[in-house]
Ligand binder design. Structure first.
Ligand code: ASP
Length: 338
């Protein structure tokens, strides 16, 4: 049976080519992708292209674009066997994380990819990324999709989207998933790790478009004046990126300032500056403050996941329970147990 994949083109390097008159990279008409990569005609699946009207650099992708993508998927979900999203690499992990919370009960693959070099470049990584992503997007076994989650495919690796981070602006191997195993690896065969793949709990597919933007991310550093942390009533969630396994300065003003922020009704989520491992309140004396002020541990979540999860959960009428209760739940494989 020939599988059908919806290819959503949002922009980014992968869909650009050099304008030789100016030397700059400009988007090409993605409907012509089949002439750029004739190998696509050899695939054992039907690919239908849906291009953003105005393709964008991924630094221009945010909540509006996430909603747009989610709505396209909602509309087309039952007409396709899988979805491939072509996206700029800079913010791909944010989009993958946001979509992993917005698309509930996925039973089909939603894969994001992009490239470091444009498709027309002699040394491009775009072809491999695109062709193998399409293979994963239509990979079925016993009539069941192998991938049933939002994933990122890049440089031979299939990763859980909400566990990824872009760590290199130089190398083709640009993404890491430091706190979760690789879902699949393409070599001679298209391999996958059955035990690592996410399986939804059986709730029917639905889309939740709620996203709040009253979230702020703040990274501390040695010598930072805590007084500078803005205490604005509009910030409803402050994500604090602290040292190692959850430590922060021990002086009295730290507690006073963070307490005041909490008393104003702001939730404080704590994530680590280390990309591998996570937060463990109480492990060191200098992390006890977070238990005292009722902060929420982001455990081993990436910052991209913590930010988009906070945006998704804050004031979301579709959830019962408090923000803190919901935040520590594993919603789509983004967080490990205690
Ligand atoms: N600036 C580009 C983007 O993220 C980089 C890329 O696609 O690799 O849209």
């Amino acid at each position: 049976m020939k599988r059908k994949v919806l290819l959503i083109y949002t922009g980014g390097t992968i869909g650009m080519e050099k304008d030789y008159s100016t030397g700059s990279l400009v988007p090409f008409n993605f409907e012509n992708i089949f002439s750029k990569i004739p190998e696509m005609n050899l695939l054992d699946c039907e690919v239908v292209v849906h291009s953003f009207e105005k393709p964008v650099d991924s630094s221009d992708v945010g909540p509006n674009e996430w909603k747009n993508i989610a709505q396209i998927i909602e509309k087309e979900y039952h007409h396709y066997d899988g979805v491939l999203i072509l996206h700029g690499t800079d913010t791909m992990s944010y989009t993958a994380s946001a979509l992993s919370f917005m698309l509930k009960g996925l039973r089909k693959p939603v894969i994001l990819t992009g490239s470091q070099l444009p498709i027309g470049d002699l040394r491009t990584d775009a072809k491999e990324n695109l062709l193998t992503s399409l293979n994963y997007a239509c990979l079925y076994e016993n009539d069941e999709a192998v991938v049933q989650e939002v994933a990122v495919y890049f440089e031979y690796k299939l990763l859980r989207g909400n566990r990824t981070l872009k760590y290199s602006a130089e190398y083709f191997d640009a993404y890491q998933s430091p706190n979760y195993p690789i879902l699949g690896q393409s070599g001679v065969h298209l391999n996958y790790d059955r035990d690592a793949l996410y399986r939804p709990d059986g709730t029917p597919f639905s889309v939740d478009l709620h996203l709040s933007q009253n979230v702020l991310f703040w990274r501390i550093f040695p010598g930072m004046s805590m007084e500078l942390i803005p205490d604005l009533p509009k910030i409803k969630v402050l994500i604090l990126q602290v040292f190692g396994s959850g430590t922060i300065y021990s002086d009295a003003s730290t507690e006073r300032i963070l307490r005041k922020i909490r008393e104003n009704g702001t939730e404080i989520v704590v994530v680590s500056q280390c990309v591998s491992g996570g937060i463990s309140f109480g492990k060191y004396e200098n992390s006890n403050i977070f238990n005292k002020i009722g902060a929420i541990s982001g455990r081993d979540m990436t910052e991209e996941s913590a930010i988009t999860k906070a945006m998704h959960l804050l004031d979301n009428p579709n959830y019962t329970g408090t923000f803190a209760e919901n935040f520590v739940q594993n919603l789509s494989g983004e967080i490990s147990g205690d």
